[in-house]
Design a protein around this ligand. Structure first.
Ligand code: PGA
Ligand code: ZN
Length: 445
């Protein structure tokens, strides 16, 4: 988004400062001014947008996404709680950026993103960014990352690769094509039904498959339910309640579009906090299941459908459920912790030690800063856990996470359906990087 005023930077193919694999080459910067605005996100609720101007006159922008099914341990957004926008205004966050945060960050030299992020965290003074707001802090941290890429003379994903020491990789996109849970008005308990083109060979092919399957699904949903209404992430939200019905629709759509279930697999995010009754009990498809029965239920689905990954299959506090599931299927199925870990390095390490899962979801605004997001990814990698970079259900056209996933080389992203501007902004950015850097490999590793 900084490209408007600095067309050479932040773009794939910008001249790198050194060959791939060079050690991080931090170049310092000075911020001349920081402006913020209240804008709308994809759900029509206010969010924070930042424009950071450097002393060379270049402007670097970013905006904060917002979740709906948030984890209890996430960094906390600042919301005005006033009459406007049902209390969801962000004018206090905006004022904090233009006041306190600008006073702390401007007119001094910053040698790297970590020092700047640490200064933001110190200034906030709370463990979960509750005072200035994670929505304020994350937008500033992302804009500052773009500014560092600019002064380094490289594209954002290349700067991220240098920061993390990773080999850039084109990720397998996970398209959320059927929506339920907190993201839709139907009675479907599971939140996300995704298609993942694991068996294709490029981002472009993967996006094409996503689009073709999405449209095959659209025809089926129109014919059967006489609606093509959407959930928050752009997937269809037909009036179904049973996850099995959703999975049948997905398999039929994959095949109707001419793909096999070897080429295109299914990933689920049940988001079990949403149907947890507490104490390890759950309500699924009108039935009450205890944690052992829920493990059996998932195991049955894994036997019947080409599901390769399950995220938040258990509630964020049902550690026993996570362990039972890991013991049963963890050697053959990716099990992803989202609300369980909230992109927190310490929680991820604990999860690895206690065998809760073999993968972590990565959302920058869950932890609040870009450097701590790098820490979360490093913690997962040190413990042989996979990572999936993720959007939020409330988004803007900011495509930061596309560069994040390529630059960290983690090989997986979810950004909703292959439709709606705020979702396709990320997939389009990925294809744009691939077109300019055709030597980059596509895949999980
Ligand atoms: P959220 O949902 O952005 O509404 O929190 C996304 C997810 O649970 O993965
Ligand atoms: Zn999730």
């Amino acid at each position: 988004m900084s490209e408007a005023t600095a067309p050479q930077t932040g773009q794939p193919g910008a001249t790198p400062s050194g060959a791939a694999g060079d050690p991080p080459n931090d170049v310092g910067l000075t911020i001349a001014s920081l402006r913020a605005e209240q804008v709308l996100d994809s759900r029509g609720w206010p969010t924070v947008s930042v424009a950071l101007t450097l002393d060379d006159g270049s402007v670097h922008e970013a905006s904060a996404p917002a979740g709906a099914s948030t984890g209890a341990f996430e960094a906390v957004e600042s919301r005005d709680e006033g009459e406007e926008f049902s209390g969801r205004g962000v004018l206090k966050a905006v004022a904090g950026i233009e006041g306190e945060i600008a006073a702390r960050l401007t007119d001094r030299r910053w040698d790297g993103i970590r020092a700047l992020d640490d200064a933001l965290r110190d200034l906030d003074g709370t463990p979960n960014l509750a005072r200035l707001g994670a929505n304020a802090v994350v937008a500033v941290s992302m804009a500052a990352s773009r500014a560092f890429a600019h002064v380094s003379g490289v594209a954002l994903y290349e700067w991220i690769a240098a920061q993390t020491g990773a080999q850039p990789l084109m990720p397998v996109p996970h398209f959320n094509v059927l929506n339920g849970g907190a993201h839709a008005a139907n009675d479907l308990d599971f939140q996300e039904f995704m298609i993942a083109p694991l068996g294709l060979v490029s981002e472009e092919q993967a996006v094409r498959a996503g689009s073709e399957i999405y449209h095959a699904l659209q025809s089926a949903v129109r014919d059967e339910f006489h609606t093509a209404g959407l959930g928050d992430e752009g997937g269809f939200a037909p009036p179904i309640a049973n996850p099995v019905q959703a999975l049948d629709l997905l398999v039929a759509a994959i095949e109707a579009a001419g793909y096999t279930t070897d080429q295109v697999k299914i990933a689920l995010d049940p988001a079990a906090n949403g149907f947890s009754l507490g104490d390890g009990n759950y309500q699924v498809g009108g039935r009450r299941l205890d944690r052992r029965e829920l493990v059996d239920y998932y195991d049955g689905l894994l036997g019947d459908y080409p599901i390769w990954s399950i995220e938040d299959g258990f509630a964020e506090d049902d550690f026993e459920g996570w362990q039972l599931m890991f013991d049963r299927v963890g050697s053959s199925t990716q099990l992803v912790g989202d609300d369980l870990y909230v992109t927190d390095a310490a929680r991820i390490r604990e999860g690895a030690e206690k065998h809760y899962s073999n993968a972590a979801l990565i959302k920058v605004n869950q932890i609040g800063t870009v450097s701590q997001t790098f820490d979360a990814i490093a913690a997962a990698r040190e413990n042989d856990m996979a990572c999936m970079v993720s959007h939020r259900s409330g988004e803007t056209i900011d495509a930061f996470i596309a560069d994040l996933v390529v630059g960290t080389g983690v090989g997986q992203i979810k950004s909703g359906a292959p439709a709606r501007g705020e979702r396709v902004a990320k997939y389009n950015r990925l294809m744009s990087i691939e077109r300019r850097q055709p030597q980059l490999q596509y895949g999980l590793h």
